[in-house]
Design a protein around this ligand. Structure first.
Ligand code: SF4
Length: 143
């Protein structure tokens, strides 16, 4: 069964993006990985999807604000295992410049296990692609 699963979906992970209160800087860089042919994440064999239920790799931006925390955790729980989590930008990694603010519940790894960190404010598209590549390798070992 495991071999069959690997054969069917093993090379085609779906990416899903969660904005946990980001300033949108990291989301713009994520958009470039989908829209600009020079970075084109689909050449790695993966593609963005619109539903957490279809996702294999979740890309999280933002410091996890108090306001969105419960919704983020609920959506995250909808993503089936085995999933790989990538923190995009310094905000989900350490809450960045927003750390210690009354409005911040993060960093994200206080609530969600993170597999790959992509630091930067925002990280360059090349670094994001590199992080996704690392996530794909981890995901293949979990299949
Ligand atoms: S890491 Fe920087 S660019 Fe990304 S969400 Fe935080 S403040 Fe914005």
């Amino acid at each position: 069964m495991k071999k069959l699963l690997q054969k069917i979906v093993g090379k085609s992970p779906w990416l899903y993006r969660i904005n946990a209160g980001s300033c949108n800087g990291c989301d713009v860089e994520l958009a470039t990985t989908a829209c600009i042919p020079r970075f084109d994440v689909e050449r790695l064999g993966c593609k963005y999807c619109g539903s957490p239920k279809h996702a294999d790799i979740v890309l999280i931006t933002g410091p996890l604000t108090v306001r969105v925390k419960d919704k983020v955790l609920r959506v995250y729980d909808e993503i089936p295992d085995p999933k790989v989590t990538v923190a995009i930008g310094i905000c989900p990694i350490s809450a960045g410049v927003f750390r210690d603010s009354y409005a911040i519940a993060g960093p994200i790894d206080s609530f969600i296990p993170v597999d790959v960190n992509v630091p930067g404010c925002p990280p360059r598209p090349q670094a994001i692609i590199d992080g996704i590549l690392e996530a794909i390798k981890i995901w293949e070992t979990r299949m």
